[in-house]
Ligand binder design. Sequence first.
Ligand code: PMP
Length: 443
Amino acid sequence: MPLDRPNTPKLDSYWMPFTANRQFKAAPRLLVAAEGMHYTSADGHKVLDGTAGLWCCNAGHGRRRITEAVSRQLSTLDYAPSFNMGHPIAFDFAERLAAIAPGPEGAKLDRIFYTGSGSESVDTALKIAIAYQRAIGQGTRTRVIGRERGYHGVGFGGISVGGLVNNRRVFPQIPADHLRHTHDLARNAFAKGQPEHGAELADDLQRMVDLHGAETIAAVIVEPVAGSTGVLVPPKGYLERLREIATKHGILLIFDEVITGFGRLGAPFATDFLGVTPDIVTTAKGLTNGVIPMGAVFTSRAVHDALMTGPENAIELFHGYTYSGHPVACAAGLAALDIYEGDGLLTRAAELQAKWDDAIHSLRSAKHVIDIRTIGLIAGIELGSREGAAGTRAYDVFTDCLAKGLLIRVTGDIIALSPPLIVAESQIDEIVATLGDALARAA
Ligand code: PMP
């Protein structure tokens, strides 16, 4: 249980991320403990975790195997320098990750660079892509291409290729270009899995090539399924076409799998689930079940090997972080992987797919709902916005659900669900019932 410190802390000093601080501090919502599928709030209520924390606690909370592995590692080797020195567990973890790495057998992206977060993974991937192009004699390829409504974290690289207006309007950025997003309510509303229409939007990449010249473009980055901007699922054929155009023009394809990695869709990675193999994959979140911050970038051998040239005493990629391969994070990751594999969690979303789709789509006729999108164990439920007050309706539903013991996530007027992969079928029903009631009550 929690509580070796008071449940009512002073609120002034902590500047909270991604939060309306003044609104929050006027009515704080605090979580003080977690176990399995539930959080405990400061006032002692159990809250069903409909979001796996922030899309990260795929094996649920309080997993003893992870706690014990972290504790053992902490008392054995708490930290070691991340360059020019190594420690075994970082290599062990990479070997284990390589075995389940994204991509088909024989062509897996099984060369792995550690970071400390999703944002760092994205910035690392973009740097690797540009360094790779340079290493193969394509040094003019420095342009990176993202997508409208893409979310790739908050580093300068990530906001450059990201397509979220709040991330873009305030800061100067590295120049980047954007493909249009594929979200198409008119043609694809209420799709289960990949929607039918929109593969042709991948031709935006060809337009970029025609506009700028292939010789200026290093890489294109997309989330295979966009999460943070409202669960946007790629239309059938879209990623295939993007892959084809990228390959044709020597452009690296990067999948940002920070959310989709580690079983979220029903396969270890979206790469496998959707059957399209990029050159680089970024991960974080589920990598350690969210319990210790860590990210990892998976690259193809071609990308890796191209950079392992030059004099042997030269640093191949002048990049890394103090916490790259942190031993305690690696211990958490290894234990998380033991659980994912031992409990069949990397494919559990596929087993639950029919149940999940039916349950979530039963909200189709609920008040305010204008679209529902499901794929793997993710759902996006889009509400009609209040005139002149976008986002307030979903926020009201969020606070109502919380009061009734369910944690959901909202982004604008879109509700996102992504429960831990251990969710019971009865808990899926509970999520839908609580949410349905809250929608019915929403003004
Ligand atoms: N990429 C994607 C696709 C994400 O969803 C996120 C986080 N939601 C990030 C990158 C950034 O990860 P982090 O917050 O760990 O920096």
